[in-house]
Design a protein around this ligand. Structure first.
Ligand SMILES: Nc1ncnc2c1ncn2[C@@H]1O[C@H](COP(=O)(O)OP(=O)(O)O)[C@@H](O)[C@H]1O
Ligand SMILES: NC(=O)OP(=O)(O)O
Length: 322
């Protein structure tokens, strides 16, 4: 099988949520992640079969927190690793899983495509105020007592969208995708590309202009929105833990949204319907994409993995349009 070029086929940037890869929150295991990856890969392969080209990005919030915790527990025996290296670790491990799962799907279905993962650095501003105000939830969900223990050790923690407490780290805004040209060329050559994993490895330029890792986790939705804009994608698809975006999420008057235009999305954002650190960056990323969209038919879609195909047919999910 060799990748084949066909620029006429529409291009989707598909962002897979880190939490959507965790099936059992109480005791996450690697085989659960494999199950989730294979399920998601099956849906993406359906899209490829239906005629889409795709660049796939993924989250890493839970996985970064798990690696960090392993570091902490083993720190008296083995060296710890900085956050930028942990993000790179997750690009390798999650990229490997997605790449294997997708290539297996292509092989079994006789689809003439191949998937490749590109280690991607994303430049941030070293003076971004986000370094002083950590907001990015990582790791698993903690009960109040465990959260209080981390807080007593000096770790910032937040309550995450009604699901429990999580540790947070700095999440500066993505400014530049360093490997964008390599991604563009791989797409043009017909590869299905996995890139910008975990929002990209956060880097900043030093005084000599050299790139150096910085301690942060970039929001993968914001980085994926930037990627979708720069690739002039036709569709920006966010695969996450909910079938539809809600107004009054988690409240008695909760109501699903089938569709919203940019003006409505901005109004709902201002009214506080979308939780920071979870749904809010997704909506902001969709808006950033739509503002730069290559044509008026380009749209963004938010749904969960099991509903991807139905959402593409307009049967479910939340569609964001210009
Ligand atoms: N208005 C909202 N509508 C739907 N879900 C929301 C809303 N606000 C917050 N959420 C929460 O956001 C979650 C998606 O964010 P998150 O789990 O951080 O994403 P990811 O899949 O990228 O890891 C949903 O599963 C839901 O629990
Ligand atoms: N980096 C990032 O935003 O990961 P999640 O989507 O898993 O939160």
């Amino acid at each position: 099988m060799t990748p084949s070029q066909n620029d006429a086929t529409p291009l989707a940037v598909i962002a897979i949520g880190g939490n959507s890869l965790i099936k059992d929150r109480s005791q996450p295991q690697v085989h659960h992640q494999w199950d989730a990856v294979r399920e998601t890969a099956g849906h993406i392969a359906n899209m490829i079969q239906a005629g889409w080209r795709a660049v796939i990005t993924h989250g890493n919030g839970p996985q970064v927190g798990f690696i960090l915790r392993r570091n902490e527990l083993a720190m008296h025996e083995v060296h710890t690793t900085p956050l930028d290296v942990i993000v790179a670790d997750t690009q390798g491990s999650i990229g490997y899983m997605l790449q294997q799962a997708l290539n297996n799907e292509f092989y079994q279905r006789g689809i003439e495509r191949q998937c490749v993962t590109i280690v991607t650095q994303v430049r941030v501003d070293a003076n971004d105020p986000a370094f002083q105000h950590p907001t990015k939830p990582i790791g698993g969900f903690l009960d109040e007592a465990a959260a209080a223990r981390f807080a007593a050790e000096g770790w910032p923690v937040i309550e995450d969208a009604g699901r429990g407490w999580r540790r947070v780290v700095a999440s500066p805004k993505p400014q530049e995708i360093i490997e964008i040209e390599a991604i563009r060329q791989a797409v043009a050559a017909g590869w299905i590309v996995i890139a910008v994993g975990g929002g990209g490895i956060p880097v900043a330029r030093n005084r000599r202009g050299e790139l150096r890792g910085v301690p942060a986790v970039i929001d993968k939705d914001l980085a994926s929105g930037l990627l979708a804009s720069q690739l002039q994608a036709d569709l920006f698809l966010i695969s996450t833990g909910v079938e539809k975006v809600m107004l009054y999420f988690g409240q008695p008057q909760e109501r699903p949204l089938d569709r919203m235009n940019r003006e409505e999305a901005r109004r709902y954002l201002a009214e506080g319907h979308f939780a920071p650190g979870s749904m809010r960056p997704k909506i902001e990323a969709c808006l950033a994409f739509l503002d730069q969209a290559p044509h008026s038919d380009a749209y963004a879609l938010i749904t969960n993995p099991e509903n991807l195909e139905r959402a593409l047919h307009g049967e479910t999910g939340t569609r964001l349009v210009r």
